[in-house]
Design a protein around this ligand. Structure first.
Ligand code: HEM
Length: 135
């Protein structure tokens, strides 16, 4: 084990459960009060129901699993959980930017920010509704 960094997963480099849960805590607080996100009535309706703690749990578990941590995500897949929201590309970009800002804010280094944002981008076609896919 001469080079401990070499094989470290993104999960480890983000600080594991504590690092990821901390970032998600900040992110979800931002999104619940994000004026642009709440212009989508289905998103606003979801936010008005409360439930931040459960939502933070799901987004944390998803992020843990996607970054190479333990396989703990118990939620629905990304297509299924967003279909009814009719998300378009601008709305996706808005959330993308909020995630990027959060990672910067909580002190995640550029390399790890870039790797995480590439994962997020790879889900664009599943989150944006089929009828909004053509840019
Ligand atoms: C790649 C980007 C995204 C990721 C990783 C993500 C992650 C998640 C996860 C893990 C859930 C919980 C799924 C479940 O309930 O089983 C969820 C639900 C949800 N997401 Fe996203 N999301 C993304 C993009 C977006 C965007 C762009 C919006 C809004 C414009 C959004 C709004 C919501 C809302 C409102 C719910 C709750 C839906 C409901 O249960 O009625 N998400 N998301």
């Amino acid at each position: 084990m001469s080079n401990m960094n070499e094989a470290k997963s993104l999960y480890d480099r983000l600080g594991g459960i504590y690092g990821i849960a901390g970032a998600v805590d900040d992110l979800v607080d931002r999104l619940y009060t994000n004026e642009n996100a709440n212009k989508n009535p289905a998103v606003r309706h979801f936010h008005e129901q409360g439930g931040e703690a459960g939502f933070k749990f799901l987004v944390t578990a998803w992020s843990v699993q996607e970054t190479g941590g333990p396989k703990i995500y118990p939620g629905r897949d990304m297509r299924e959980s967003h279909a009814h929201l009719k998300v378009d590309h601008d709305e996706f970009d808005n959330v993308y930017t909020a995630i990027k800002q959060t990672l910067f804010q909580v002190g995640v280094p550029k390399q790890e920010r870039d790797e995480f944002m590439a994962i997020i981008e790879s889900y664009r076609s599943m989150v944006v509704a089929p009828e909004n896919q053509a840019a």
